[in-house]
Ligand binder design. Structure first.
Ligand SMILES: *[C@@H]1O[C@H](CO)[C@@H](O)[C@H](O)[C@H]1NC(C)=O
Ligand SMILES: *[C@@H]1O[C@H](CO)[C@@H](O)[C@H](O)[C@H]1NC(C)=O
Ligand SMILES: *[C@@H]1O[C@H](CO)[C@@H](O)[C@H](O)[C@H]1NC(C)=O
Ligand SMILES: *[C@@H]1O[C@H](CO)[C@@H](O)[C@H](O)[C@H]1NC(C)=O
Ligand SMILES: *[C@@H]1O[C@H](CO)[C@@H](O)[C@H](O)[C@H]1NC(C)=O
Length: 590
């Protein structure tokens, strides 16, 4: 836009602000409502996705700006939250997976997150901090500008934020979960679990008294409501109240109250799958790695039941949020406080033969996002938005200049107030479990483009292009028919993310982390096979060979050997039959 035009628009915006019915309070109170794993399409009237009785969220959307096409920055808890909190992409801050959150506290290289230190070591966390390149979270910036911060519930991002809040979930799992770590960091090998029997885990418990799974969700709702009712937002000190739920994140479980609140699913009871042969290789890999391949053999009633449980959890989520929103209303603060509601990513609910997230398909990557408050024009906003936009939006609401100078998103406050957006696309990237290689997405207008970085072998999976206005379930890849469009969207992607560097950096990180925190800790060659078996049940000698080729180190199985003079001996069976010591020498040259 020409700069004179922008200036004119800014002047107009200022006049309408000055003459409007609302007065903008400097440093308004902010209620930040976060949920985990909620599919954004559930709230979007224009999406064909199932519609649920989400009474409280629908009411909030009616009085706020609903950004109906909002995308996660990286569809997984820790990366999505870390990039949202810092306003940078996951590859810029190098928070790639759920094993390592933001090591820096308030942007400091030396003051590092204590839970990182507990999981790894002070030295390691300072090394992570040096690489992460973050200047602090928007919560740090709010605090430095006089906001009183109150936090309840899941943060799951590190950055020392657990010190400010209550009931956070640890972002630093370190090596305590060997199987998960081994699975995540060896993803490039393409090894997957052998058994694919979804029937077993599709059976879920249904009648639990307090269904939200034990992460203090009920306490969070209660504490936030009490604080608001006691007049938290009537204070002259600006306040930021963060209330964050784990629900509707798995474990998938509910009770009959919520289960029967879900209306009949009709045509959507069982998703329509493209044939296994026509599936994109990235989606085939994801389904197999998740153990959800073979859904075609599962009884439809079981699939429907499982989906209803997830949807029931969304109804429960709405109820918990409703408790807080009604406390806000009763306290009389709903007129002058801003409310932000969002999720970190979605859930497939068995679409695309998958559960959970970790893909660039709509169920996984679309999130709800509502912004309500003074001056916000209630309406549905079709233009795309991203979790990348949250950092600048929150600081814009607070009237505080961003500390981070290299933001990837932009403030959505002008759009919420009825003005336009500068950006017409959203990008996302993903580099963790269930994806063999770096996965990138651009959404612009009707189109979604997904690019897959080359595999280790050099093989390149074809890109995906979907026209969401005619193909909302992403069943027809039209990339081949639109080479110009593919080129255009690839250009946008490259302008936002250094895609080759990001993929190379993450693949190198995977290998380093695996060697240091799984392989070495599990006795190297002798423990490798056992660790990999935890990651992928049914792991066999062929898989071990694949891991050896990738790692440049032996990956052996301990077998009982002979007994001699009362002592038990063990032998190591390595895929190439070489002795580990000889092998590790050979490994150095790889
Ligand atoms: C956070 O970092 C900023 C910038 O370095 C600094 O000015 C501020 O004092 C720090 N805040 C706290 C609470 O340490
Ligand atoms: C940190 O990010 C800034 C902005 O993108 C960049 O200029 C700088 O080179 C980065 N530093 C490191 C150490 O990556
Ligand atoms: C923030 O508000 C809480 C609740 O009123 C209060 O207990 C706390 O002392 C305040 N913190 C600061 C730094 O003002
Ligand atoms: C389901 O859980 C809610 C609490 O969220 C509770 O009020 C309700 O009574 C429970 N329903 C059943 C059938 O236990
Ligand atoms: C996507 O579908 C819409 C609606 O049919 C159509 O107008 C548009 O041209 C399509 N875009 C492409 C690239 O095919």
């Amino acid at each position: 836009m020409a700069s004179w035009l922008r200036r004119l628009l800014l002047v107009c915006a200022w006049i309408s602000t000055a003459n409007g019915a609302w007065k903008r309070r400097s440093k308004p109170h902010i209620l930040f409502l976060m949920v985990d794993e909620m599919d954004g399409r559930l709230l979007d009237a224009e999406s064909p996705q199932v519609k649920l009785p989400l009474k409280h969220l629908t009411a909030l959307a009616k009085r706020g700006a609903q950004f109906a096409n909002t995308y996660s920055s990286s569809p997984l808890c820790v990366p999505a939250r870390a990039s949202m909190l810092t306003g940078r992409s996951v590859s810029q801050i190098r928070v790639w997976d759920n094993f390592l959150g933001i090591a820096r506290v308030n942007g400091s290289r030396t003051n590092v997150d204590q839970r990182c230190v507990d999981a790894f070591s002070l030295e390691d966390c300072r090394t992570f901090a040096a690489k992460q390149n973050t200047t602090g979270t928007f919560i740090d910036v709010l605090r430095d500008h006089g906001y009183n911060i109150t936090m309840w519930g899941k943060v799951h991002a590190g950055a020392g934020l657990d010190q400010l809040g209550n009931y956070d979930v640890d972002a630093f799992k370190g090596v305590s979960q060997v199987g998960q770590a081994a699975r995540a960091w060896t993803r490039a090998t393409g090894v997957v679990r052998k058994s694919q029997n979804p029937t077993k885990w599709l059976h879920r418990p249904t009648d639990l008294r307090a269904p939200a799974p034990g992460h203090h969700d009920y306490d969070t709702a209660e504490m936030c409501s009490q604080l608001l009712q006691a007049g938290l937002f009537r204070s002259t000190t600006p306040r930021f109240l963060y209330c964050s739920f784990t629900i509707p994140h798995p474990p998938y479980q509910t009770n009959s109250t919520y289960f029967f609140a879900v209306p009949p699913l009709g045509d959507l009871a069982v998703p329509k799958y493209v044939s296994e042969k026509e599936m994109h290789p990235a989606d085939v890999y994801a389904a197999k790695a998740k153990g959800t391949w073979g859904l075609d053999e599962v009884r439809p009633a079981l699939i429907e039941n499982f989906r209803r449980i997830y949807f029931a959890m969304c109804v429960e989520t709405d109820k918990l949020l409703g408790q807080i929103l009604s406390a806000l209303r009763k306290s009389g603060s709903d007129k002058d406080a801003y409310v932000v509601m969002l999720s970190d990513h979605g859930d497939h609910a068995l679409e695309n033969r998958q559960w959970q997230k970790s893909s660039m398909l709509e169920g996984s990557v679309r999130v709800p996002f509502i912004l309500a408050g003074p001056g916000v024009r209630p309406r549905r906003i079709h233009q795309v938005a991203s979790l990348h936009d949250i950092y600048p939006t929150i600081l814009d609401i607070a009237g505080i200049p961003p500390r981070e100078k290299h933001l990837i998103g932009e403030s959505l406050l002008p759009a919420a107030q009825g003005h336009g957006r500068k950006k017409f696309h959203a990008v996302a990237e993903y580099h963790d479990s269930y994806s063999r290689t770096g996965m990138y997405m651009v959404r612009q207008g009707d189109l979604k483009y997904i690019y897959h970085a080359p595999l280790l072998s050099g093989e390149q999976w074809p890109p995906q292009l979907f026209n969401l206005s005619v193909d909302p379930w992403e069943r027809a890849n039209i990339a081949k028919d639109h080479p110009k469009m593919v080129q255009h969207l690839q250009g946008i992607l490259r302008s936002e993310i250094d895609i080759n560097a990001a993929d190379a950096a993450k693949k190198a990180y995977d290998k380093d982390m695996f060697l240091k925190y799984v392989y070495s800790k599990k006795s190297g060659p002798a423990g490798c096979f056992a660790a990999m078996e935890l990651a992928h049940p049914g792991f066999d000698a062929y898989d071990a060979h694949t891991v050896e080729q990738w790692l440049g180190q032996r990956c052996c199985q301990v077998k009982p050997g002979r007994r001699q003079r009362g002592a038990k001996y063990h032998t190591l069976e390595c895929p190439n039959g070489e002795s580990p010591s000889a092998a590790s020498e050979a490994g150095d040259t790889v």
